[in-house]
Design a protein around this ligand. Structure first.
Ligand code: NAD
Ligand code: DAU
Length: 337
């Protein structure tokens, strides 16, 4: 039985990962530690909260004592760190919490991992640490770090700390850097769910700048499978880029969403650009493809249709989150457990 501490497992990618593991990997036991910030919802784990191989703990990754107690009590072998402040726009208006969670929080986990002799540490990072690309080329694992937003700077700092702990104390680690995810349970502040939600409510779809910025999209399920591959077969000290070679201009994605929802393009509204907005991301994933045999399986058109269907079928989830009633909802849900 693999005994894993997942942090941030009530957020978008973390909850998808926890549900995937509990469904596909019966020999794994998960302790899921999450602070339940605005982005973390127990409802994302509905049906899995009482799974015999899953325990949820509401805590902060900065709480080293609790982390160490969990490691001892549950004989944790591996830590996978998803916990983060993840939204670039929020990092521009309020960067401090990004340093506290993404940098100091990761440091706390690394110290606990070394003190408790954790066997493996997986840091979930992002393509944004590489900065931005011009019209050609892709990020490889050798691309120098050149983060442009407070969010990406905090993630790059965390990556460097992980490497430093590997170098200095021999921590067995791998870092994954993934491109833009989409799929079920994504908080509707991120572009795809925000545009779906606004379109459903006939509200304007705010496209930043000229809408020609490019993101490289991957379905969250493909990302989760890649993380599993890295956890199981990745080499210590290595970084793995994860992407599905699916570059799209934002405006193209927004128009596709409107088409799939049969809504008019007149809903598109060009708004003031994000300060320092990175122009283009594109991932070269040939290392994980060739060394670990991972390939993405979900093409964007199918994945986006499935995602839109999920939001259509989960309108209650969406409206609770967007109406701000969610905090109250989860507190009740948590208290009743
Ligand atoms: P998210 O914002 O949906 O979820 C983050 C989770 O972390 C939430 O459940 C939140 O409650 C929890 N959290 C925040 N601060 C915490 C703290 N101090 N202690 C414990 N838990 C805390 O984010 P996401 O989109 O699921 O991203 C997960 C990870 O993947 C992040 O590290 C992010 O940098 C990385 N990533 C995201 C994407 C993407 O497209 N979303 C792409 C590449 C990498
Ligand atoms: O690349 C990986 C990163 O992808 C992750 O590390 C981050 O955690 C995740 O939030 C995401 O960052 P982005 O800034 O790329 O995602 P976001 O959904 O915020 O924006 C995607 C693109 O859409 C970006 O070019 C900005 C644009 N955008 C976004 C919003 C919210 C708009 O045009 N309008 C919007 O309202």
């Amino acid at each position: 039985m693999k005994r894993i501490l997942v942090t941030g497992g009530a957020g978008f990618i973390g909850s998808n990962f926890v549900r995937w593991i509990l469904t596909e990997q019966p020999d794994c036991f998960i302790v899921n530690l999450d602070k339940l910030t605005y982005a973390g919802n127990l409802e994302n784990l509905e049906g899995f909260l009482k799974h015999p191989n899953h325990i949820f703990v509401k805590a902060d990754i900065n709480d080293g004592k609790t982390v160490e107690e969990i490691i001892d009590k549950h004989k944790i072998q591996t830590i996978i760190n998803f916990a983060a402040e993840s939204h670039v726009d929020r990092s521009i208006t309020g960067p401090k919490i990004f340093i506290e969670t993404n940098v100091t929080g990761t440091l706390t986990l690394l110290q606990a991992a070394c003190d408790k002799k954790i066997e493996r540490f997986i840091q979930i990072s992002t393509d944004e640490v590489y900065g931005q690309l011009g019209p050609t080329g892709k990020f490889t694992e050798q691309t120098p770090l050149s983060p442009n937003s407070p969010y990406s700077a905090s993630k790059a700092a965390a990556d460097l700390l992980v490497k430093a702990f590997g170098h200095t104390w021999g921590l067995n680690y791998s870092i994954t850097r993934c491109s833009n995810n989409y799929g079920p349970f994504q908080f509707p502040e991120k572009m795809i769910p925000l545009m779906i939600n606004n379109a459903l409510n006939d509200k304007p779809l705010p496209v930043y700048g000229d809408g020609l910025h490019v993101r490289d999209w991957i379905h969250v399920e493909d990302h989760c499978k890649a993380i599993w591959k890295v956890l199981a077969e990745g080499k210590s000290g290595e970084t793995y880029n994860i992407g599905s070679s699916c570059e799209k201009q934002n405006i193209e994605v927004v128009k596709t969403i409107l088409k799939l929802l049969k809504k008019p393009e007149s809903l598109i509204t060009f708004v003031k650009d994000r300060p320092g907005h990175d122009k283009r991301y594109a991932m070269d994933s040939s290392k994980i493809n060739s060394q670990l045999g991972w390939q993405s399986l979900i093409n964007f058109e199918d994945g986006l249709k499935k995602t839109i269907d999920w939001y259509l079928q989960n309108k209650k989830w969406l409206s609770r989150i967007t109406s701000g009633q969610y905090q109250q909802y989860y507190q009740q849900m948590y208290a009743n457990r």
